[in-house]
Design a protein. Structure first.
Length: 202
């Protein structure tokens, strides 16, 4: 009986080892199976790397990378706390991505209404917290019918443009805390028929 028990443990250990090795091999294949589409300037400290979770993580950016044409859909693009000064029109061309996080970049009011034009069908979450935004360009969220989470916290926003949310009917969570909104008007949040959480705390 003791022999059988040891044999069972040995077999179980072997199975677990094989499974662990298989997971590592799959993970390695996922990383090496595609080329990261985010390209930064050479001879700089800027870095953009892709991982096996189909996320792009960037460091030391002064400008957004360019994205080569590809057939992949990424789960996230993360460039928090960088030095990106502006978002020009169609700046994320060729990037199909569910989430874009640009928190703590000095964007101010240098955001084009068409900055996310290429991503309107894909975006489910957009985070622009702590970016010094004072005014929101009308049309920035047009056609973002799959957007569920919008983070605009800790900016300098005083007014939400009339009709700003007119084409984002599926936003469930809207974070506007730590802004300068002192007046609410009737149509400010028109279009947010599925909103579940609204944070306006100052």
């Amino acid at each position: 009986m003791a022999f059988r028990g040891c044999l069972g443990v040995s077999l179980l250990f072997s199975i677990v080892t094989v499974q662990a090795a298989s997971i590592e091999e799959v993970d390695k294949l996922q990383v090496e199976d595609y080329e990261c589409p985010a390209k930064v300037s050479v001879n700089t400290s800027e870095i953009c790397e892709c991982n096996s979770f189909y996320e792009i993580n960037c460091l030391h950016l002064e400008f957004l990378p360019t994205f080569v044409e590809n057939n992949l859909k990424f789960n996230g693009f993360y460039a928090k706390d960088q030095k990106i000064p502006q978002l020009d029109a169609n700046r994320f061309q060729h990037l199909h991505v569910r989430k874009i996080s640009l928190d703590f970049n000095p964007l101010g009011d240098s955001i084009s209404a068409d900055a996310f034009d290429y991503n309107r069908d894909d975006l489910e979450e957009l985070s622009l917290g702590g970016c010094g935004i004072g005014s929101l360009p009308l049309g920035l969220l047009d056609d973002m019918r799959n957007l569920h989470f919008l983070h605009l916290w800790s900016n300098r926003i005083k007014v939400i443009p009339n009709g700003f949310f007119r084409e984002t009917p599926n936003i469930r969570e809207l974070n506007l805390w730590d802004n300068q909104i002192n007046h609410l008007y009737d149509e400010m949040f028109a279009g947010l028929g599925n909103l579940q959480k609204l944070d306006l705390d100052n």
